[in-house]
Ligand binder design. Structure first.
Ligand code: ADP
Ligand code: MG
Length: 250
């Protein structure tokens, strides 16, 4: 069976400096994988590179979605192919309401206008699913949103977009425990046979609420080791130092 996402020995530069140093990762359809790693190891660089951000230049390797290389596809095209990136630092768009923003996003993704009635229904369902109040839809995107509201808005976007691949970069940062639970169960509930997710995090907390198929440890620009959920506990207990030591032994 084809992998949904296959990253092959990916190297990428940011402003002339190599940050990704040979990332290889395969995610079959329907699986949720976690990437854990220290700050500055290149996790966000990997998510931006997956999305095709022009600042991140691939020097070698490949990214395949459903067996086809996406390296030549623009960020827009990648979104239409079904890749969704939840940003670590979402930007605010004063003057644009959540409703108008999401309607525009959906139109771009689906390539056609979504009829108002149908859109309202989808939006209402999504907001109820994430336990959001109705007036949220009339607020300006990320303008004065709390940390939890920003992340809920991102997951709402994901629920409406129905991506094939969701890359969630530190979706758990700055959340209190209740918001974390809602976000995590929101993510878990969006699991589907033909959807894969990559949950990138610095902390183990959110992973307690997710059924993970695989855990990868990301350090110094690549995945150094992979395993099951037991890896999360080991990292929590022993930190990251052992990873590089065992890596050099192999
Ligand atoms: N847009 C950028 N401009 C300059 N340097 C960057 C940029 N993005 C990432 N880097 C550098 O790449 C390295 C990895 O950063 P990042 O991918 O954000 O790590 P992580 O998400 O694991 O904390 C850091 O040294 C960071 O300074
Ligand atoms: Mg990051």
């Amino acid at each position: 069976m084809n992998a949904l996402l296959e990253i092959k020995d990916l190297h990428a530069n940011v402003e002339g400096k190599e940050i990704l140093k040979g990332v290889s990762l395969t995610i079959p359809p329907g699986e949720i994988h976690a990437i854990m790693g220290p700050n500055g190891s290149g996790k966000s660089t990997l998510s931006y590179t997956l999305m095709g951000h022009p600042k991140y230049q691939i020097t070698s390797g490949d990214i395949l979605l459903d067996g086809k290389s996406i390296l030549d596809a623009s960020t827009d095209e990648r979104a239409r192919l079904g890749i969704f990136l939840c940003f670590q630092y979402p930007t605010s768009i004063p003057g644009v309401t959540v409703t108008n923003f999401l309607r525009t996003v959906l139109k771009n993704i689906r390539g056609e206008d979504v009829p108002v009635k149908q859109f309202r229904k989808e939006l209402k369902e999504g907001m109820e699913y994430l336990q959001m109040r109705e007036d949220f839809a009339r607020r300006y995107v990320n303008d004065g949103f709390s940390g939890g509201e920003k992340k809920r808005h991102e997951i709402l976007q994901m629920a409406l977009m129905k991506p094939k691949l969701a890359v969630l970069d530190e979706v758990d940062s700055g959340l209190d425990i209740d918001a974390l639970r809602i976000i995590a169960s929101g993510i878990e509930g969006l699991r589907e046979e033909n959807r894969s997710m990559l949950v990138i995090t610095h902390y183990q907390r959110i992973l307690d609420y997710l059924t993970l198929d695989k855990v990868h440890v990301f350090m110094d620009g690549k995945i150094q080791t992979s395993g099951g959920k037991e890896l999360v506990e080991k990292l929590e207990k022993d930190g990251y130092d052992w990873v590089m030591k065992e890596g050099t032994k192999a």
